[in-house]
Design a protein around this ligand. Sequence first.
Ligand SMILES: *Cc1c(COP(=O)(O)O)cnc(C)c1O
Length: 385
Amino acid sequence: MPRPIRLDLSFSALEHNLQEVIRRLEAGRRSDAGLRPPASRPPVSRPHIWGVVKANAYGHGLELAVGALAAADGLAMLDLEEAVRARQAGWQGPIMLLEGFFQPQDIAVLRRHGLSAVIHCSEQLDMLEQSEPGPALDAWVKLNVGMNRLGFAPSAYVAAWDRARALHARGVLATVGRMSHFSRADDDDVVTAAQRQCFLDVTRGLDGPVSICNSAATLNDVWHDAALGDSQWVRPGVCLYGGSPFATRSAAGLGLRPVQTLHSQLLAVHDLAAGAPVGYGHQFVAPQAMRVGIVACGYADGYPRHAPNGTPVTVAGVRTRLLGRVSMDMLAVDLDPVPTAAAGAPVVLWGEGGPSVDEVARAADTIGYELMCAVAPRVPRREVK
Ligand SMILES: *Cc1c(COP(=O)(O)O)cnc(C)c1O
């Protein structure tokens, strides 16, 4: 028998979370909500949605996402091979490559599979200008509004835009859109409003669709401004998988359901005397007589090694806590709240019926995104409808 660890992936939760984003966009369009300042007027139509499926759909599997995100308007990712996989899985809609292309020979792959490219640097424009004739590509010219990761500086943007428009006139590019990415949409509305204003100031008078909002900006209605035009595309990622982009708002509170659930079982139970240590380094010592359980899950499965004593975990439906240092293949839990639990008892490390991935991440001083992406390949996956 294989080790009793398993990652369940819920197709219906992924569908639900996309519908929840659609519902919020529809509701937002009808209200005067939105990032303040400034008070905003709603755009005429709700934004289109790029479902972000980079990193193998945040660890959930690209093929699962292609099926469950059928109601999205497009998919966004960054690996050319993943884009080809999405086509092979049957995705016929738009695909946005968030880092564009990397070398001249990639352009032929983009044309063959009808992929849209983010253009973030002048080298990419050089490659397009020097490319052989072929079918026109959709492109999104990226503005750097302050993250200083990818994108043209505000002072260089219009010149890049003009080169992209010239490529459009030559038939190398089809639609040319405007794109950016916020650095603090999850935690600072003032910075985000200033970054949005920078986008509006720099791209004023340029036409083409707009794509600026990740999950946090989408859920905070940052798209909600008629000045951004009526062809917007939001780019939610983590919220589709049931993670919260915010440190202080839970995914459940946002109406999201976990897509991944990491299950395991107790391998063993021990009665400890007061003073007995648990695990490597004796980082937990029993303050009184107590029972502990040993769970088949460790850092080689993707559980964070830095999770401290007290990190939440659910055993037989009862919430309890991690004890001692996480080892490669096992971790220990407090069984005092579940005195009847024996070897074989079910354990949920995170997800449906257990703590949220964000709670475990917070305890381990990271974010749910990292844990979702890091479940190890050795953990068997099972799709649940
Ligand atoms: C990852 C990413 C997103 C999605 O971010 P979430 O916080 O997961 O919603 C959107 N846009 C870009 C450019 C990204 O890299």
